[in-house]
Design a protein around this ligand. Structure first.
Ligand code: ITT
Length: 180
């Protein structure tokens, strides 16, 4: 069993497509260190969550962010804070003024079992658009990849292209190799 440490059910739903029923959601609010480096934030979180939640099963932490080119990578590692304070619609309004609407989602999935820590990364290019679609979560309605927003895709379609899907695919391969 893998303990996925997150308050975000959408992340767990996407992870189940790769890890079947071997995933349990654990809501532990780990310290998010201030860093530009998503991997550093997630590694710190995974090690703290493993130590503090008292289980033996390995933990996984997923940290992701939306990086808008014309806004110097904003909101980046501060994406959760910006979603809570400004909201997704206002991030679209900020990007709307720019000629260049290119952006990318970047994400890391970190595994920690008390001894080893492994990091898997993924990214997806796209552009910021007016909100469309009601699937997914977070910034999905304003992030378009090849003509569709991530919120217009099914979980399977999103996973096939998304930052999280790419990171989870690498993680699932690594797990399968270990179990051989
Ligand atoms: P946990 O930290 O509890 O895992 P969170 O939602 O706060 O949940 P992050 O810090 O990784 O997770 O998220 C950063 C922000 O980016 C947050 O506002 C998310 O809604 C958003 N986000 C992350 N992955 C996303 C995705 O696949 N699609 C759209 N938005 C996403």
């Amino acid at each position: 069993m893998i303990r996925f440490v997150t308050g975000n059910e959408g992340k767990v739903r996407e992870a189940r497509e790769y890890l079947d029923d071997d995933v349990e959601q654990v809501e532990y609010d780990y310290t998010e260190i201030q860093s530009d480096d998503l991997a550093a934030i997630a590694v710190h979180g995974a090690e703290e969550a493993f130590a503090e939640t008292g289980g033996e099963d390995p933990v996984v932490v997923d940290d992701a962010g939306l990086f808008v080119d014309a806004l110097g990578g904003f909101p980046g590692p501060y994406s959760a804070y910006v979603e809570d304070t400004l909201g997704v619609e206002r991030v679209w309004r900020l990007a709307e003024r720019e000629e260049n609407r290119r952006a990318r989602f970047r994400g890391v999935v970190v595994y920690h079992d008390g001894e080893r820590t492994e990091t898997f990364e993924g990214a997806v290019p796209g552009r910021i658009v007016a909100p469309r679609g009601d699937g997914g979560f977070g910034y999905d309605p304003i992030f378009e990849h090849e003509g569709q927003t991530l919120a217009e895709m099914s979980t399977e379609e999103k996973n096939a292209v998304s930052h999280r899907g790419r990171a989870l695919a690498k993680f699932a391969d690594w797990l399968a190799e270990r179990e051989e």
